[in-house]
Ligand binder design. Sequence first.
Ligand SMILES: [Fe+2]
Length: 309
Amino acid sequence: MKIFTDEFLKIENSNIVNQVRDRGFFMFENALTPEFIKNIETDVKKADLSLNKNNVAGVYFTHGNQFFLTHMLAASKSFYNYCTNLKVIGFCKEIFGNMFRLKALRYYENFGGQHMQWHTDNRRYDKEQGETHTSAPGIIFLAYLSDVNDGEFQYIQKSHIWSGDNTHHDYSVEYVDNNYKKDIVGFKGKKGTILIYNSWGVHRAKPTNNKDFVRKTLFFQVEKDTSHSEPIIVNAEFLNNLSEEVKMFLGFGKKANNSVYPNTDIYTMPLNKKTFRIFSKWLISRMVLYIPGFLRKRIRKIYNIPSNK
Ligand SMILES: [Fe+2]
């Protein structure tokens, strides 16, 4: 299966590195093949929602405004092939030198009506120390898996150069409007667009009030410092190209002390159409166990509950 289009593969890594170093970002539309996107969609659907299923599955966050499948390296061989691809590893070598490590990864869906603050991604949450930040260079790969015409990613160009002068990571709308309005770059783009940006740069998703809007994104973050990362859970079946370089990239045998993102529990899950359907069906399936057999059979039939459930 081809992951990247020929047009994207043709671009020299040095060219991408120069743009990320200079402006802070690189964007390319039509970078991912439709086949790759389809495979990711299938894997995400198969993993589904984490509800007492004995597999790696997805979670809701921010009361249903976002859906995450963090452990893509356990759920999707296509994702594994994508983030350990020679093009990616070659780019990392070019920008970081010989040492670098995958810090975090995820598939996520943003639903409409969300207001994200301007921020940088060079902070981290250590399980013991709490919020802290890294002094190491880092980059983020974003890939749009749906057409993005609204709620797009926005980046303040060259902000990676000055953001390190501050100790905070969040910036108010007023501050950005007053000081950097002319430097805001928006990234509307088609399904298959790749965006690579410096994790020290100030960015956000443009606020949108359109409730029907869904943005589907693949994310992974790489840093030069190899001493920490979020927990990286992989499916051993996928590891058929396990070079020493890939082992280093995935952090084999190294501490993974950062808290997993996002931190969820049953209360970050919304009562939406999907969860209501699941829970009402489950509740009925439990209640019918206490009623006479002939009635149980009928009710199971009405609600499409298999007889062995
Ligand atoms: Fe961010």
